[in-house]
Each structure stands twice: as structure tokens, then as C-alpha cells.
Design a protein around this ligand. Sequence first.
Ligand code: DC
Length: 236
Amino acid sequence: MGEKKNIITIDGPSGAGKSTISKLLAAKLHYTYLDTGAMYRVVGLQVHRSGLDLETAKGKKELTHLLDSLDLKLASGADSQEIRAFLAGEDVSEAIRTPEMAMVASRVSAEPEVRIKLTEMQRAIGNNGAIVAEGRDMGTVVFPDAKHKFFLDASTEERALRRQKQLLEKGQKIEYTEILSQIRKRDLDDSSRALAPLKPAADAIVIDSSEMGIDEVVSFILAEIDEGMTRETFKH
Ligand code: DC
């Protein structure tokens, strides 16, 4: 096997704290933060706006055209931890962060063509290493030779609470029970799809953060990375 890439993968279900943790890790390590969920959300937004019906042959054909001409960019915002998403030059960062777009993103992410296209883009971004890549299939499919892999989980109820708080901070008031059922549906769809389903890589460290604070999780991951580096040094 070749040299493992300087890539940290953080996979896990929605609301497990992946974004917060990944951004903090990237900032501490001076790595680039790659939010692959945002990429699926942008494609979802474009599919939604174009009114494609992916259940029909016509819709699938139109999806091919849409992906061929997809103009998707991620860039750092004013605050280096903030990532802005652009669709054909339009800043869609807020438009993609709604519960509705989360469901649409989950739906389009089951389309093989979408996964192929985004996997290719993600690998191009990760080519030089030094990234923290967050998503569902980072350690299993996109970066199987990443140096450090983590799978961040938390109980469904805790994740629903966290998501509700996050949405409230953005002025979106949604019932807890509704968020809980959306999370359950998305978990099921994301982990039961045929291609690149949500699951920990065989060599990932699984972290249950239900009862852990953010700083605790970040310290734990940094300690694991340090330990992994030390093991590597002794091997050579
Ligand atoms: O992480 P998120 O909530 O922004 O992701 C939105 C959806 O995108 C998620 O429900 C499934 C899909 N996704 C994926 O299939 N693979 C990834 N690497 C990231 C996200």
C-alpha cells in the first residue's frame, strides 16, 4: 500500500456535530475544511430549482445535463471557519441550509451520477492533502487511504435537539418532533442506499458524542491523531 495521505475524515449521521468539530480541527491544524454535505445540498438546490423529477427517465436525463454544466464552488467566508457555497456565482449558503434542502440533498445523493461527479471534485480538492473532510463516505469511498478516520455519532434524540438549537439560532423555529422524524428518515435513507451508504470505515475510530462537549471531542481526536503519528514514526 502507498503512503497514506495527510487527510482527516469525519463521517457520521446528521446532527452529530461533524461541522463544528471539523471546522475547529481544520483551524487548529491549519488544514482546509471540506464540507461535502454542502456540495450535495447545492446539487439538491439546483435540481429543486430546475423542477427535475428524478423518478422519471426524463428527469434522469436532465440530471446528466445539469451535472455537466454544474458550476459549484466552495470558498472561505469573512471568518475563516465559515464556508460559503456558490452556484453559478450566486451565494447560496443560506438557501441550502434549510430542512427542506437537507431532505432534497439526501434524495439526490442516492443518484450514482451525482456521487461520481462529487466524488471526483472532492478528490481533486483533497489531492494535496492537509484537509479535514466531512461527510458520509469520506473514509469509506472518497479517501480510503486517509491517514486518520473518525466516525462521529450521537443518540438520535441528542442530534435532534442540537439541530433544533442550530436552526433556532438562524431564526428557523421547528418542532422537535418534526426534526426528530426528519433525522430518522434521513438516517435511514443515507444508510440504506446502495451506493456509498453511511457507515464507519473498517479502520475508523467511532466516537459517541452524546455526552461529550465539543472541546472534549476535539481534544480526543487531536490526541488520537498525535498517537497515530507517533506509531507511524516508530514503524519507520
Ligand atoms: O451533512 P449534510 O447534512 O449537509 O448532508 C446533506 C445530505 O447530503 C445528507 O443527508 C446525505 C448527503 N451526503 C452524502 O450522501 N455524502 C456526503 N459525503 C455528504 C452528504
